[in-house]
Design a protein. Structure first.
Length: 280
């Protein structure tokens, strides 16, 4: 796949930060205390979910951003806590590393310790495309993580099927939802892994039942009166974190684990999302 130019608006806004991270000053930055991720539990009710998949436990990790600001120890702790939830499925929704290829392999090895009865599935985010999407893909697949690049996978229990669909990043215009959904029966339930919550717009037009996203960090820094400083959504405040819906499609946006731009979270703790799928 040919690499695309990174959006100029992103580089203009973040250029100064990028330069400082690559400089020697970055090595002297202190690592602030980061609390354990909050475990949030939510029931998701789906009309087309089969009885065989009723009660399926799905754990989502997103925006790990392994970097100077998010050391490997924080990611290893998140993996440990995710495994303690005894997931049937683990969904990884992108932005695994920030700025440098050197973080890719250690991050992938940490995620390789995830355990789920029906598998671990992943999509890429905008920061993964900035660093090296092919290398991130190879490193995750080497750990037996199923990376969905505009593709899908069937979760079959007895004679029933639940589809996990994944698309590439919207910012890089690498997404192709039509290709990802091709050949999936309309009657079957479909879960879309899409890093950017803006994907819920096309998902709702294509009859997707549930979208899992990250990207916003839940705002990462929340100030009184001002509200969220980072991660504002073009769809409005209601799509920055947690559960919502657009037309007939539900979406869950996780606050994620890591940090970018500034080395802290304020009023916005990291999150491991635990979703229990229920049949209506």
């Amino acid at each position: 796949m040919a690499r695309r130019s990174f959006p100029r608006r992103f580089l203009r806004r973040r250029g100064l930060i990028t330069l400082s991270l690559n400089g020697s000053y970055s090595q002297a930055l202190p690592r602030p205390f980061t609390p354990d991720p909050e475990i949030t539990e939510t029931d998701i009710w789906l009309r087309r979910l089969s009885p065989a998949h009723d009660g399926l436990r799905l754990v989502q990790l997103t925006d790990l951003h392994h970097s100077l600001f998010t050391p490997l120890e924080e990611i290893q702790r998140a993996v440990h806590l995710a495994n303690r939830q005894r997931p049937d499925v683990v969904a990884l929704t992108g932005d695994y590393v920030t700025l440098s290829r050197e973080y890719i392999r250690p991050l992938a090895q940490a995620l390789g310790k995830l355990r789920a009865r029906l598998g671990v599935f992943a999509v890429l985010g905008n920061h993964d495309f900035q660093v090296d999407p092919e290398e991130v893909t190879r490193a995750l697949r080497a750990q037996r993580i199923r990376v969905l690049r505009n593709s899908h996978c069937a979760l079959r229990v007895r004679s029933s099927t639940l589809w996990v669909v994944g698309i590439d990043d919207l910012w890089w215009q690498a997404d192709d939802l039509e290709a990802a959904l091709r050949s999936i029966p309309a009657r079957d339930a479909k879960i879309l892994l899409c890093h950017n919550p803006l994907g819920v717009q096309s998902a709702s037009e294509q009859g997707v039942d549930l979208v899992l996203s990250g990207h916003t960090h839940g705002g990462q820094v929340r100030l009184p009166v001002v509200g969220s400083v980072y991660g504002r959504s073009k769809l409005g405040e209601r799509f920055i974190e947690g559960w919502n819906r657009l037309n007939g499609t539900q979406i869950y946006v996780s606050r994620g684990i890591g940090k970018v731009l500034v080395p802290l979270r304020l009023g916005c703790p990291p999150e491991i999302s635990c979703l229990r799928l229920r049949r209506i």
